[in-house]
Design a protein around this ligand. Structure first.
Ligand code: ADP
Length: 268
């Protein structure tokens, strides 16, 4: 019966339309939830340092300003909290750019070993304070040239190494290695013998503001955006990031990079 067939087709079409619409509505809802969640997280992150600054300023105004030693101490603490605010806002700015795809990569050829050594030098004090040693797995006596955005990869390495310092054990070691993966790729590994991460948390680790231990992370001064930034930067390069971790044994974060043409010609 042609009419019944038509009706069936129509119903199917309407159903499909409704279904499509519903999916769309759901997506919007999810997006809206995500946005609310993000804003909630942001204000939460900003509140702590802001209240710290406010607390010190109010105490100073209440009379502490008269005492030369106290004055210095409180101003310097307020200043530290402002540093932290700036750090969080910078991370937020970067993650926003990364998420809306508004980040231009400025790729160039550079020596990844030299860059890692630079980051080691910059983090030397921080590592020493936490009694963590930063080392290479072997002696790299020749450059390993890669093709990537040097500044962004510096940020990736910094975030991974800072984490290994923050979540490492006293007298721990963080080892970095660079290996050939396939003909045109290297893999950079950052391995620590710190806390490790419980298995159930690993799938969510790269989400912004996701933390295994809220208190520990805040105390260590993270923005909760470090790994989200790492993932975005590596994926913007078209590369891959991996994590392996065992509780109380340690963690290994690794990512791939494209070799520069001269490196491939030089020795494959
Ligand atoms: P933050 O360190 O600011 O909290 P990240 O995005 O850098 O944010 O890391 C997310 C979470 O992953 C951290 O809070 C911590 O719980 C966990 N984590 C990251 N790196 C390590 C590591 N090397 N060892 C153990 N836990 C880690």
């Amino acid at each position: 019966d042609p009419i019944t067939t038509d009706m069936r087709t129509l119903t199917a079409e309407i159903e499909k339309f409704a279904k499509d619409k519903k999916i769309e509505i759901d997506t919007l809802k999810i997006r809206e939830e995500y946005r609310k969640d993000f804003l909630g997280n942001v204000s939460h992150e900003l509140k702590t340092p802001l209240f710290t600054v406010q607390g010190y300023l109010e105490t100073l105004l209440d009379g502490a300003i008269e005492d030369k030693n106290v004055r210095r101490k409180y101003i310097s603490r307020a200043n530290k909290a402002v540093d932290r605010l700036i750090y969080i806002v910078k991370d937020l700015d970067l993650i926003t750019k990364l998420e809306v795809g508004d980040l231009r990569l400025d790729k160039q050829d550079f020596d990844i070993i030299e860059l890692i050594q630079n980051v080691f030098d910059l983090l030397e004090m921080k590592a020493a304070k936490n009694k963590i040693v930063l080392t290479f797995d072997i002696l790299y006596d020749k450059p390993i040239m890669v093709h990537a955005d040097r500044e962004k990869i510096q940020q990736v390495l910094t975030n991974l190494l800072v984490n290994s310092i923050k979540y490492g054990n006293e007298n721990g070691t963080t080892e970095v290695s660079v290996e050939n993966l396939v003909k045109n790729k290297v893999i950079v590994r950052v391995t620590d013998n710190g806390d490790g991460i419980p298995k159930e948390h690993i799938p969510r680790l790269f989400e912004r503001f996701y933390r295994v231990d809220q208190n520990r992370s805040r105390k260590e001064g993270g923005s909760g955006l470090g790994l989200a930034i790492v993932k975005h930067v590596i994926e913007a390069h078209g590369e891959k990031i991996y994590v392996e971790s065992v509780l109380d044994v340690g963690s290994e974060f690794s990512f791939t990079l494209e070799k520069s043409k001269m490196q491939i010609q030089d020795k494959g």
